[in-house]
Design a protein around this ligand. Structure first.
Ligand SMILES: [Zn+2]
Length: 166
């Protein structure tokens, strides 16, 4: 099997591993997979941690490792979180965003710049009848909001982007 095919296979396996904090959104679609290195049967996966306030990294590491080690040609798998690379909510794929919405979580805004206010659209009806002031605490990555248009409660994800001013 070619390395290319193996890469593809590992990628598709990673699409089946969910972030325990965000059920049904895979680590791949969350943009957490930074690099996949394959050397014969050895697979090394570098991942970027998502929200600092969501401590599920050990759990994700084990899940990813287990899933990859089930691939027949894999002899060993090493998962590493790299803190050198910064994850941002911009890394979430369109599939990931669609999955979030399906589960009643409003995806973070696109092209968000730190310090800006943003509008959250209700994942059910699309209404923007929501105010974001002080909804998120300093560490919270998600918050529960209430849609004034369709009366559904929903969750919203906070945008995380690199502060280019620093
Ligand atoms: Zn609504």
């Amino acid at each position: 099997m070619q390395v290319q095919e193996r890469q593809e296979e590992i990628r598709s396996v990673l699409k089946t591993v969910d972030d325990p904090e965000l059920p049904s959104v895979s680590v791949m679609d969350l943009g957490m997979v930074y690099d996949i290195a394959i050397n014969d049967g050895s697979v090394s996966v570098s991942m970027v941690p998502t929200f600092a306030g969501c401590p599920a990294l050990d759990f994700i590491e084990i899940k990813v490792q287990k899933a990859i080690e089930e691939v027949p040609w894999v002899t060993d798998c090493d998962v590493e979180f790299s803190f050198q690379h910064k994850w941002s909510t911009d890394a979430i794929t369109d599939t990931g965003k669609a999955q979030l919405k399906k589960h009643g979580i409003a995806p973070p805004p696109e092209d968000y710049r730190p310090g800006e206010e943003w509008t959250v659209n209700c994942p059910y009806c699309g209404s923007d009848y929501t105010s974001m002031d002080n909804v998120f605490g300093p560490t919270a990555c998600r918050s529960i909001l209430y849609c004034s248009a369709c009366k559904n409660p929903f969750e919203a994800m906070k945008p995380v982007v690199e502060d280019t001013a620093n």
